[in-house]
Design a protein around this ligand. Structure first.
Ligand SMILES: [Zn+2]
Length: 117
């Protein structure tokens, strides 16, 4: 079931925008926090308005043995520009540097950025 990242209202499948807030709805599972969740242990290494992009990076990081978590912008720590929500990719603090390097590599491998390497 899609959920509004702003007010938390749950909508039926097929609805893509919150009727009250006008923001794009996100999949419910983006609200599920990882086990042993603790803000101090996690650092944001990537943000995007594209859920699939963050999902892709998370899969790649976990494939490389780096635990990753996805969190949507529910806490409103920073306001979203326009009407889309921000999806955050988080890793453990000790993994931040390797995760950043890894994300950089993945981004470089994307077809549309592949230029005379
Ligand atoms: Zn809403």
């Amino acid at each position: 079931m899609p959920i509004c990242p702003n007010c938390g209202y749950e909508y039926v499948s097929g609805i893509t925008y919150c009727r009250d807030c006008g923001v794009h709805l996100v999949a419910e599972n983006y609200y599920v926090k990882p086990e042993n969740w603790s803000e101090e242990n996690w650092e944001v290494v990537y943000t995007s308005s594209q859920e699939f992009e963050v999902e892709m990076l998370k899969d790649n990081l976990e494939g490389a043995g780096i635990p990753a978590a996805i969190l949507s912008q529910k806490d409103r720590n920073f306001p979203a520009p326009g009407d889309f929500s921000i999806v955050k990719l988080l890793v453990h603090k000790e993994d931040v540097q390797s995760a950043l390097n890894f994300i950089e590599q993945i981004k470089n491998q994307l077809p549309d950025e592949e230029e005379e390497k």
